[in-house]
Design a protein around this ligand. Sequence first.
Ligand code: SF4
Ligand code: SF4
Length: 321
Amino acid sequence: MRIPLPYSGGLILSYQCNLSCIHCLYNCRGNWKGWIENEKIVDILKRLKKISNFVSLHLTGGEPFINLPLLIEAVKICRNFEIPFFIETNCYWAKNKEIAENILIRLKESGLNSIMLSYSIFYVYKVPIRNFENAMEVSFKIFGRENVSFYTFNAYRIVKESGISESFDFEKSIEIIGKEKFLNFLGNYLVPKGKCLYTLEKWFYKYSPERFKGANCIAEFLNPHHIHIDLYGNYIPSFCSGITLGNYKRVLENGIIMNDRVLNFLINDIYQLLLWAEGLGYKRKDAYINKCHLCLDIRKFLVDNGFKFDCLKPEEFYHEL
Ligand code: SF4
Ligand code: SF4
């Protein structure tokens, strides 16, 4: 199968993250080590630069600020390639305005012009709200308001209005915020894929497996926006996680994705993936949140049971899921 070359996407510098959030799409964690090499960044950018429609890159993780020297080098490389880019962060490092200014000026001087600041109920227990506010105020000053974006400002506002400031206890947070507001927050914030399909399972409505007969992932695989390439070279479609369409070199060369049994089921009919997996010993659930829940649960079963498929990468994604 051939897919269109990407218009926009992110470079996952590492899956290491100091927060290990319960909802993390990529199952990022503090104990997931490993960072991209400069040579790989250069090679990826060289290939992206050749795509005339490629207009926006973001440097992401994990939490890229954990490895500031590498992030600064990555910013310099991006500047040299003249591809518009920004970085994403959870703001943990902005302990006060002086620290925030120091760090952001170094990044600005290295070539950074735009930043996305992330905040949510899930961060509160490790990142005090004032860190986000420090990062926001200093970013406005250094990059200009128009070059600062949020994921999501509504989430920050909910935390601010609720007065939650220190420990994050799920049930307690819901009590404070109110169930309706919490559901509203989840609906506007969560991408219903990855780890949250297990950790927040009870908050979703579910459907019988038959509901997914004939469903496939062609739209996601063909979507040229918001693809990711990770430190291992995996080309990841849309908002999927733990699955690759192939190595970025091959995909960016001609749009041809790998020929893999699991991918072929996903391209054609996810229900057939279920029937096939049952033949290998997979036990179906009574109900699934969405097709991604069905897909992930089967992929997890395959990895946990030692079945090897080239598209099931990175394997660490499936650990502690
Ligand atoms: S801050 Fe972001 S990358 Fe880190 S664990 Fe949370 S959701 Fe994942
Ligand atoms: S079903 Fe799987 S491959 Fe398809 S969009 Fe969802 S997570 Fe991605």
